[in-house]
Design a binder for this molecule. Structure first.
Ligand SMILES: [Zn+2]
Length: 445
């Protein structure tokens, strides 16, 4: 029996996780009304929506990318859940797998965000309090709080996913204004084997959107025009019902082929079949878009079958047995799309390389490495959702109206500046209630 206080804290989080489903095609060529001249729209800052690989590469020269993402709060439970699929894997170059965490802040434990980022993963924006059609302060406040309490450089937070995948034309315009690099909330909802497939490689919105044209008013037919801003579609899996049987987020929670109960074997079958359709075709990426809480083995009150965990790992094992398959974060995918080179040359791609922060193991510093941070973490004991941070507790919970509250005057933590690698600089200087952040970029974004 879970105590009421614990249960009441859990229920909102479980409710938050129920986002991201589609039941059929979300666009058509007529609704899209998309046109783009590839001779005028060229990489790396412009790219037409296309089902063909970028850079004119032959599919045989194209890596097969499996994008792995997680959404919502970052907690020890959710990182454990992700690690059961990724921690033991390596990409073809021998480096650990990186993934993207679209982070919302309600229930997030900030010190774990720091750790996850420093381990090489991408931290992206999923609003502060998990609202669909988000106002600007929900989007921008997330940047400010992740910077203030997790030390993530604002310039490193490049991507956004809308809660419930519920975005509008205004959401995309806001992201552009806030200098995000990409959104990944739209859906590729028609199989690649269908001539009308909307499984486009990531593209810029110089000529508007080409996905979700039947479902999002004010987009497509050339709108919204946001030069250089990328859309990274989320690629659905399809069961035996084809376009009428799409599975997008957490496909292992769905029933397949019109059945009335979940069947892991049926899920594995259609995930493999969709992967193969992409792999043998134009190698558009596929994605495992997860809510880790649903596959947590340690979260109180959540029950996931061992067979489901095993099935997901069996899928990844099977995919990795094939040639040129890479499991990547969204920013790694996008970096390759912007600079497409043949698989034989992937060893030279910086974003796919291993990252190992060089740091004195005895130093006492806030750098996202637990042994260095020992004794430096503050426990911010808010009653609704307490958290730890290496950057000092705020006097009140961050909110969209006040994403960086003043430092708690009780806090006596003093953290010192540190450079952990040429690209990672997490630094903070605390002067009583004044906090100055020294970021890797001279301007915040
Ligand atoms: Zn969410």
């Amino acid at each position: 029996m879970v105590p009421y206080a614990v249960l009441s804290a859990l229920l909102p989080l479980l409710a938050l996780a129920q986002d991201g489903g589609i039941t059929g095609p979300t666009t058509s060529p007529d609704a899209a009304g998309y046109s783009c001249d590839p001779s005028r729209c060229q990489l790396p800052n412009c790219h037409c929506a296309s089902t063909s690989p970028p850079g004119g590469l032959d599919p045989s020269e194209v890596p097969m990318f499996v994008v792995f993402t997680a959404d919502d709060a970052i907690q020890s439970y959710t990182l454990d859940a992700v690690n059961q699929f990724l921690a033991h894997r390596r990409n073809p170059n021998g480096c650990p797998i990186k993934m993207t965490y679209y982070t919302s802040l309600t229930y997030t434990n900030y010190t774990l965000v720091t750790d996850w980022y420093v381990a090489g993963n991408e931290i992206a924006d999923h609003t502060m309090t998990h609202v669909g059609s988000p106002p600007a302060d929900e989007i921008n406040g997330n940047l400010i709080t992740l910077n203030a309490l997790a030390g993530i450089p604002m310039s490193a937070i490049k991507g956004f996913r809308a809660p419930y995948l519920n975005y509008t034309a205004d959401t995309l315009k806001q992201l552009y204004e806030s200098e995000f690099t990409y959104d990944s909330s739209s859906t590729a909802s028609v199989p690649v084997t269908d001539p009308n497939t909307d499984a486009y490689w990531p593209y810029t919105l110089d000529n508007g959107m080409a996905n979700n044209c039947l479902t999002i008013p004010g987009t497509c037919k050339g709108e919204p025009k946001l030069p250089g801003f990328w859309e990274v579609p989320m690629y659905a899996f399809f069961d035996r019902n084809g376009a009428a049987g799409p599975h997008l987020m957490d496909p292992w929670l769905d029933t397949a082929n019109g059945a009335s109960s979940v069947n892991d074997s049926a899920t594995l079958e259609y995930m493999q079949n969709t992967f193969t359709d992409h792999y043998r075709g134009n190698r558009q990426p596929i994605g495992l878009y997860t809510h880790p809480i649903h596959v947590s083995r340690t979260y109180p009150g959540v029950t996931v079958r061992a067979s489901t965990i095993n099935m997901i790992n069996a899928f990844l094992d099977w995919a990795q047995e094939q040639q040129n398959v890479w499991i990547v974060s969204t920013e790694q995918l996008l970096d390759w799309v912007q600079h497409p080179i043949p698989v034989s040359q992937l060893d030279s791609v910086a974003s796919l390389k291993c990252t190992t922060p060089q740091v004195d193991e005895n130093a006492q510093i806030c750098n996202g490495i637990p042994r260095n941070e020992a004794g430096l973490l503050s426990h911010c004991a808010f009653s609704d959702f307490p958290f730890y941070t290496c950057y000092g507790c705020p006097s009140e919970h961050p909110t969209p109206a006040n994403p960086n509250p003043p430092q708690d005057s009780e806090s006596t933590l003093l953290a010192s500046a540190v450079s952990t690698s040429p690209t990672i600089l997490l630094a903070v200087k605390l002067e009583e209630t004044d906090v100055t952040y020294l970021l890797s970029s001279p301007s915040p974004r």
